[in-house]
Write a protein that binds this ligand. Structure first.
Ligand code: ADP
Length: 161
């Protein structure tokens, strides 16, 4: 049985992330979406909120679960018994950083294999940070996230407007 870990900030989960989740879930026996507690970036949602939003988004995919973690990603992978780490690659923005992280992770845990999925064309320019900016400005984000996440974003930013 192959368990795969898809780690990230997911602040919040978008259709770009969900597309990777679905494709990875079709390839591996089980997929854990790992929500990193304290990434090195400014967050809008708490870890608990990010888990809840992601859980609802993946609820209809039978072999996917969501867990938050606060240790090194490679250590979390080992802790849950994941043999594979999944990441998504967008053409313009991701390669260099992912490559750097992959080389470091390989040094730390050579037995953990990395599988990168190329982002689908319609999600190449979608990022959680851009989405938050559009939502904060009152723009339409319906094409990019499930309805419950549209509402959660509106709620977060509602008080600012
Ligand atoms: P991190 O802080 O680890 O980069 P993110 O939540 O931004 O966390 O992204 C998690 C993973 O999903 C990363 O591998 C990222 O490249 C990928 N990803 C982000 N946005 C998209 C998208 N629109 N399409 C495909 N993959 C994406």
């Amino acid at each position: 049985m192959t368990l795969a870990l898809y780690p990230g900030s997911f602040d919040p989960m978008t259709y770009g992330h969900l597309d990777i989740v679905k494709r990875a879930a079709a390839l591996f026996d089980k997929l854990v979406v790992g929500i990193y507690d304290r990434p090195n970036k400014k967050l809008l949602f708490t870890a608990e909120e990010r888990v809840e939003l992601a859980q609802k988004a993946v609820a209809d995919i039978r072999n996917v679960t969501v867990q938050s973690y606060s240790i090194l990603t490679v250590d979390f992978a080992k802790q849950i018994g994941a043999k594979v780490m999944v990441r998504g690659l967008r053409a313009a923005s991701d390669f260099e950083l992912e490559f750097e992280m992959a080389m470091m992770n390989r040094k730390l845990k050579p037995e953990l294999e990395l599988v990168c999925f190329m982002a689908n064309l319609q999600y190449q320019f979608l990022s959680s940070s851009l989405l938050k900016e559009v939502s904060q400005g009152g723009g339409n984000i319906d094409p990019w996230v499930p309805e419950h996440i549209v509402n959660a974003l509106k709620q977060k930013f509602g008080s600012e407007r």
